[in-house]
Write a protein that binds this ligand. Structure first.
Ligand code: GDP
Ligand code: GDP
Length: 454
């Protein structure tokens, strides 16, 4: 029943290309050693380091999530992609700047007051001035008053939005962020329009093949070489009571990309697709299993509160016995814990197996993400769960949770009103999350839990 071949009436409007949708990507560009990763670390903060330690995966310094003035956005440190070989770096930086101009919402262009304006700075400034993206010039290493005077020469680069900061101490970075997040959307903005699904995953996992299978036409050539297929576009899918936009990330631009920016480009595309999507169809190769890169994608989707369905593709290539799928799923869920209340499907795009099911599952997760629970029902079940297992006391102080409400966010988030909100431990938060998941269907959806003073 889940075989695409049995749905010959599939109709799509393939040529419907939608306007570039909003994304919340802030890219930091600039020469090596100006302080990009120092600023990046400051923006990403300790919080994420802790989350990443829990998942046991080495953190990459390429992209992460930041929060400022009630807004959530993804910061990309382009410096994380450049190998420090002298003869390639200038061209690599040039192409990174071009990719950032194409893909990011806002660009932070960092320069270094201690070196003054270099030729490469001039060149990058020219590229950025010609772009139509908002650009913020961050003159870094302005650690003291003398350097503030020297920093004035950077006005000559011609950016109205020029900020002086010291990434190492953090001074000035708040002003920069205040300005940057003007372009970022509020977390409370509600979903509108069609559901948006993104197909994400590592090169060669089968993203283009899946897109083609869904869209039912060969408008693109799928090849065996990783990353050689077409551009990402948004296509509208309307069939079987479904109506959604498919954002796919496969492919590269017509301009040929050299090896050094291929990685940067494909990561940027993946981030952007995740940013734009409500639900990510995350493809994993059945033969390699979950790899560090897959974990990075998954964590990003989770931190940006996106729905996720995991598709283990190329299932046709796996030797199967009775419990293979069950064991595989158990192993996979262990690997992606603690966020593992995620639907997992074993598919074969090649054999057209369970492809339609994948879409149905994405729609289900979309609905879960928009689920609103009535306050009365929420309190009924959650206060009972709390009574059964109250928050442990902390140094003789008791936490008393009085009531709970769902917040008006675009993803499920709940506020528990209590005395001593600061004394609620992480473990207890997990307990509440598990109870919510047990009582209501939030499969595939990250949940926000907050404690508020009452
Ligand atoms: P990137 O290559 O652009 O990512 O630069 P890094 O963040 O690795 O920084 C390069 C060097 O500059 C490091 O030694 C940093 O400690 C130093 N640095 C970064 N920000 C500042 C700053 O605001 N003031 C000073 N004095 N040094 C800084
Ligand atoms: P992308 O880079 O993620 O877009 O991956 P592609 O769609 O280009 O697929 C990469 C390769 O995997 C191609 O040779 C596909 O024919 C092959 N492939 C995709 N899905 C399957 C599958 O379910 N089973 C098998 N055996 N091969 C597949």
């Amino acid at each position: 029943r889940s075989i695409m071949g049995s749905h010959p009436g599939l109709t799509i409007k393939p040529s419907t290309i939608f306007d570039i949708m909003n994304n919340n990507i802030v890219a930091i560009v600039g020469r090596p050693n100006v302080g990009k990763s120092t600023l990046y670390n400051r923006l990403i903060g300790e919080r994420q380091a802790i989350i990443d330690d829990i998942s046991g995966v080495t953190r990459d310094r390429q992209y992460g999530t930041s929060f400022w003035n009630g807004k959530t956005f993804t910061v990309v440190d382009t410096g994380g992609f450049v190998k420090n070989s002298e003869d390639v770096f200038e061209s690599a930086i040039r192409s990174q700047v071009n990719i950032a101009i194409e893909e990011a919402r806002v660009i932070v262009f960092m320069v270094d007051v201690t070196t003054g304006i270099t030729d490469l700075d001039e060149e990058v400034a020219g590229m950025l001035r010609r772009s139509d993206k908002p650009v913020y010039l961050a003159v870094n290493k302005v650690d003291n008053h003398n350097r503030l005077i020297e920093a004035n020469e950077f006005w000559s680069l011609g950016f109205e939005n020029t900020f002086f900061l010291s990434s190492i101490t953090g001074s000035g970075s708040g002003e920069l962020l205040d300005a940057v997040v003007e372009h970022i959307e509020e977390d409370t903005e509600t979903n509108n329009g069609l559901p948006k699904f993104a197909i994400v995953g590592q090169p060669n996992v089968g993203k283009s093949s899946l897109t083609n299978a869904l869209l039912g036409e060969d408008r693109n050539i799928v090849t065996d070489i990783a990353g050689t297929t077409r551009d990402s576009i948004h296509s509208r899918y309307t069939k079987y009571d479904m109506d959604f936009l498919l954002i796919d990330t496969a492919g590269i631009r017509k301009k040929s990309r050299v090896a050094e920016d291929l990685e940067f480009y494909s990561v940027m595309r993946a981030i952007k697709a995740i940013e734009e999507a409500d639900v990510c169809l995350m493809m994993i190769d059945a033969q390699t299993g979950v790899e560090a890169q897959d974990m990075s994608i998954l964590r990003l989707a989770q931190r940006r509160n996106k729905g996720v369905v995991i598709l283990v593709n190329k299932w046709d290539l796996v030797d199967k016995e009775t419990n293979t799928a069950r064991d595989y799923e158990a192993e996979l869920k262990k690997r992606i814990a603690p966020f593992n209340d995620i639907p997992v499907l074993f598919i074969s795009v090649h054999d057209k197996q369970r492809i339609f099911k994948a879409v149905e599952e994405a729609m289900r997760v979309y609905e879960n993400r928009n689920r609103k629970i009535k306050t009365s029902q929420l309190n009924e079940v959650m206060l009972e769960a709390i009574e059964r297992y109250p928050p442990p006391s902390h140094r003789g102080r008791f936490v008393k949770i009085k009531y709970v409400t769902q917040l008006p966010t675009y993803y499920p988030a709940f506020a528990f009103f209590c005395n001593n909100p600061k004394h609620v431990k992480e473990n207890y938060k997990h307990y509440l999350e598990n109870q919510l998941r047990k009582q209501f269907d939030f499969s595939g959806v990250p949940i926000g839990i907050f404690f508020r003073q009452k």
